[in-house]
Design a protein around this ligand. Structure first.
Ligand code: UT7
Length: 322
């Protein structure tokens, strides 16, 4: 027997308003054809005035708790990944905690942009194994629409808002049983200027806007993601052919295709939601995971790799037996 963090529920939430490429093309100098061909994105969801990172995160958390069949009050740890918290402080995780009624446990946010969910998952896994809580909520939630420059067509067409959440429970399982098997995280601060926000409370009076040198980010993403997926497999002596599903960060269909090709992974084993949700940063992996669990593709016993790369650069992968 071995102590592992076992995934017992998933959930997600999207803003009410869906926005098509055609609707964007009416306001920005772009076209449905360019966006689909270069990214695979057809649609994204954008928050209204009454929606924010906290409301999306809470809705996703409630859905995950319901799927797990547990009481919200039994959650002892909330780790919420976001680059777009409701406020500079307190952490949005504490807003979710209060909404769920599990006050008194541990709750904090993690900032690693698009890789945030992988960082949050790894932290929660370590804390559960260390006995600091019995059940954890790991959430990725973003409202990038609030930090986009809507005059910059090279970034504003790429992102959407949303949230995804999972419930983990510390369990003693058989060696070949369920749970998180490996986590690998990396960061390289030398590439800050390729993907960043030109504001923030530590430097300016504004929250700023997303700035990205897309072509360079693309190049790094394919190399780093293929490498880090290889690392988690190597950690447990498995290979690409053992993987049932890859749930990647949903930035660009071409990145998904190129990474799968580099790994020798058939495209039909890659979960794709970028067409529906666009890039939702830290929310994209748990949103895609919940989508594939709810539509029946990902089932108990499956070996699943999660991966993401984002600003910093930061990148990482986790290997989970469902
Ligand atoms: O989530 C964090 C990680 N982020 C990523 O992984 C994003 C990685 N990068 C990408 O996904 C792609 O690089 C982009 C989708 C951002 C861009 O695709 P690309 O094939 O690298 O295009 P490009 O930047 O090389 O631009 C090609 C052309 C340019 O015109 P010229 O200079 O060739 O005349 C752009 O001005 O496309 C133009 N362009 C657009 N045209 C219509 C850029 N954005 C648009 C647009 N609509 N929205």
């Amino acid at each position: 027997m071995t102590r592992r963090s076992v995934l017992i529920g998933t959930g997600s939430a999207l803003p009410r308003r869906a926005v098509s490429n055609a609707e964007l093309a009416a306001k920005v100098d772009t076209s449905d054809e360019w966006i689909v061909e270069r990214t695979g994105i057809r649609n994204r969801y954008l928050c209204g005035d009454d929606e924010n990172t906290g409301t999306l995160a809470t809705a996703a958390a409630k859905a995950a708790i319901e799927a797990a069949g547990i009481e919200g009050a039994t959650i002892g740890l909330i780790v919420l990944a976001t680059a777009t918290p409701n406020q500079t402080f307190p952490a949005t995780a504490t807003i979710v905690q209060d909404a769920l009624g599990c006050n008194g446990g541990i709750a904090f946010d993690v900032s690693a942009v698009c890789s945030g969910f992988l960082y949050a998952l790894s932290i929660a896994d370590s804390m559960l194994k260390a006995g600091m809580a019995q059940r954890a909520l790991v959430i990725g939630a973003e409202t990038f629409s609030r930090i986009l420059d809507w005059e910059d067509r090279t970034t504003c067409v790429l992102f959407g808002d949303g949230a995804g959440a999972i419930v983990l429970e510390a369990q003693d399982v058989a060696d070949d049983g369920a749970g998180i098997l490996a986590n690998r995280l990396h960061a390289d601060g030398a590439h800050n200027e390729l993907l960043y926000v030109d504001g923030g409370p530590g430097t300016t009076a504004t929250v700023g806007h997303v700035r990205m040198k897309g072509r360079e980010v693309f190049r790094h993403a394919v190399v780093n993601l293929a490498e880090v997926m290889g690392e988690v497999l190597e950690d447990v002596g498995l290979s690409t052919s053992d993987i049932d599903w890859v749930v990647p960060h949903q930035a660009n269909q071409r990145i998904l295709d190129a990474t799968a090709k580099k790994l020798g992974l058939p495209p039909e084993r890659v979960v794709v939601t970028v067409d529906r949700h666009a890039n939702t940063s830290a929310a994209s992996v748990p949103l895609a995971l919940d989508t594939a669990v709810r539509d029946g593709r990902i089932k108990a016993g499956d070996l699943v790799v999660l991966e993401a790369m984002g600003g910093g650069f930061t990148w990482g992968a986790s290997l989970i037996r469902i």
